[in-house]
Design a protein around this ligand. Sequence first.
Ligand SMILES: Cc1cc2nc3c(=O)[nH]c(=O)nc-3n(C[C@H](O)[C@H](O)[C@H](O)COP(=O)(O)OP(=O)(O)OC[C@H]3O[C@@H](n4cnc5c(N)ncnc54)[C@H](O)[C@@H]3O)c2cc1C
Length: 406
Amino acid sequence: MQDDYDVVIVGAGMVGASLACAIAPTNLSIALIESVSPNEDWQPSYDDRGISLSTSSKRVLEHIGVWKDICLHTTPIKKIHVSNQKKFGFTHLAAPEADVPELGHVVIARSLGDALHKKIRQYKNITLLCPAELKDFLRQDSKLSLKVSRSGNIETINTRLLVGADGSRSIVRRLAGIEIKERDFKQTAIVSNLTTQKGNQSVAYERFTSHGPIALLPIDKNRSVLVFTVHSDRENYYLNMSDNQYLKTIEMEFGRRLGKIQKLGERRPYPIFFIEAIQQFQDNLILLGNAAHTLHPNAAQGFNLGLRDVAGLSECIFSGLEKKLSIDDINILKNYLKLRHSDQQRVIEFSNGLATCFYHDSSLFTSITNITMLLFDCIPPFKSSFLKRTMGIAGHQPKLVRGLYL
Ligand SMILES: Cc1cc2nc3c(=O)[nH]c(=O)nc-3n(C[C@H](O)[C@H](O)[C@H](O)COP(=O)(O)OP(=O)(O)OC[C@H]3O[C@@H](n4cnc5c(N)ncnc54)[C@H](O)[C@@H]3O)c2cc1C
């Protein structure tokens, strides 16, 4: 095995794999270390969840050559119906209001993983080490020396830039001694696929309830992904219910907008918490994706934000190399954070704000959210600007998000 790489990315989940594809055209030598093979059932990034992709994500995936492989497996979102259970506020968000053909697309995470890994195999300068696990690293002069466990042995590989894309419980972050801000929402998202009597007409539904949001994302004509959020102490109660009982509960909470629910897939629980790394980079090291910021899934922004960060880091690496900077030049990482800080903070505040606002029991909060939703419906420019933000195309964005080449 080669033991020196320009860049080592730990985690070949959605974000790490996307970064490898995005920077591969530089010809840097890249190693991707991943502990769970993409085909395994327990692969944490590529499971059967429906992931809602924003316009910004579509542009980045197009640029890295992955969109053409997933587009047949995606369903467009033409309209979003947002409501507040047992309260009067609700709103519709439709594609024409933002002057776009669709508000986003839904893809099953597993299909996205297949397409990303197919692309990775096409690059000779990417070495995928899988299954392999990062165990430790040491600083040695201007390099990092990594201890990687593979086939029962510990191997050493060296790099000038280590990217921690290893998820919420990032070992890279822990070994680097980077502190985090953390908030446990004490909620669990129970995700299952279901088939409904009526077609979903490419409409996504988000309903805020006192126990958390319920989202229904279209994945096919009559199939949708249900994200049912509950208080964590009730998780086992909902998971152990019979299918029939669970269907009745969903219909009671969500109504029969899509007719009778005819088939229900396996229910999988995801604990919900917020994590933000206090520091995103150090010499020779940067955190990306869930390792840098893990969000409440209420606004479906986690991967979309991570992919805009991938676009931002790729841009800074390309332009740094063009200026003859070395890949371990700290200015590349400083420029990256300058480019990405405001978008990251805006999305974090929005997603944490939603989590606070909609579950607040006080009547003052309820009135404020209801009035906001109604006003929102009546003021088109406000709505259109909000839509552009959730589609990831507002504010100053990296070149790939703006549809430009690096
Ligand atoms: C219920 C739910 C619904 C969601 N829906 C959406 C949505 O609709 N839209 C959206 O944009 N986002 C959504 N998200 C968020 C999205 O899932 C995350 O933002 C995304 O998975 C982050 O990707 P990542 O690659 O950073 O981390 P992960 O997906 O956690 O991947 C990390 C990878 O690192 C590997 N790894 C970990 N440690 C090591 C190690 N020591 N050595 C080697 N490899 C290692 C893991 O095996 C894994 O493959 C949702 C999240 C949840 C929980």
